[in-house]
Design a protein around this ligand. Structure first.
Ligand code: SF4
Ligand code: SF4
Length: 207
């Protein structure tokens, strides 16, 4: 689900948008932490198992195979913002069409020409799903066929990123954040990407 781990450990930045939308820096900071954690975990995995990362641009079977990608509310807001305001033509029109045609349980509607059309704001789960040794076959979920080739994310970075997102949910106090991470508060907020009503987003995307 990558196209992903190209040396993307730098935080992307949208200064004007971030000034107007206080939730946006939270999301972009969180994603930068996730990407850093993934980059370190990939290096460690490659060294330990002497096996190279297989994910690369244009390799997108995973986006069609996975049927239960977790998506948090802040991530959903990010996807709305990016699809409506940042995707250019002709991609915007293609996304809109795919979202309009989307039916619950279909593969992810953001895949266009084997690539992720919302790569900048793709969900945390997509960022962390990385596979080594050889690309997934069509329909293969290597988590079940060859778990050893699937990256295990470093928990410390996942927790840090989740902590970064918590002010969006009204949790701003440091000790409350620590407690929320410990109790898995964020998981009470999760939706499944393939179960979302994407038509609502489609109707807000211009031609
Ligand atoms: S190797 Fe698998 S997980 Fe990685 S991009 Fe290709 S299909 Fe997706
Ligand atoms: S958002 Fe969709 S297209 Fe993008 S990486 Fe995730 S599953 Fe793939």
């Amino acid at each position: 689900m990558s196209q992903k781990v190209k040396k993307v450990t730098e935080r992307v930045s949208f200064p004007e948008d971030e000034k107007l939308r206080p939730w946006l820096p939270l999301l972009l900071d969180a994603y930068a932490i996730i990407d850093k954690g993934v980059s370190i975990a990939v290096r460690e995995h490659e060294k330990e198992y002497k096996s190279k990362l297989a994910c690369k641009k244009g390799c997108g079977h995973c986006c069609r195979t996975h049927s239960d990608i977790p998506l948090y509310p802040l991530e959903m807001v990010g996807i709305y913002w990016y699809s409506i305001e940042k995707s250019g033509r002709p991609l915007r029109g293609i996304i809109k069409k795919q979202l309009l045609e989307y039916r619950k349980g279909d593969p992810c509607p953001f895949q266009v020409d084997n690539a992720c059309a919302i790569h900048t704001v793709r969900p945390l789960a997509c960022r962390q799903f990385n596979v080594f040794s050889r690309p997934c076959s069509e329909g293969e979920d290597p988590y079940y066929t060859r778990r050893i080739d699937v990256l295990t994310p470093i928990e410390k970075y996942t927790h840090e990123a989740i902590k970064m997102m918590l002010p969006f949910y009204g949790i701003t106090d440091e000790s409350a954040k620590v407690q929320a991470v410990k109790t898995g508060f964020i998981h009470t907020q999760v939706q499944v990407l393939q179960a979302c009503k994407w038509e609502e987003l489609a109707l807000r995307i211009g031609e």
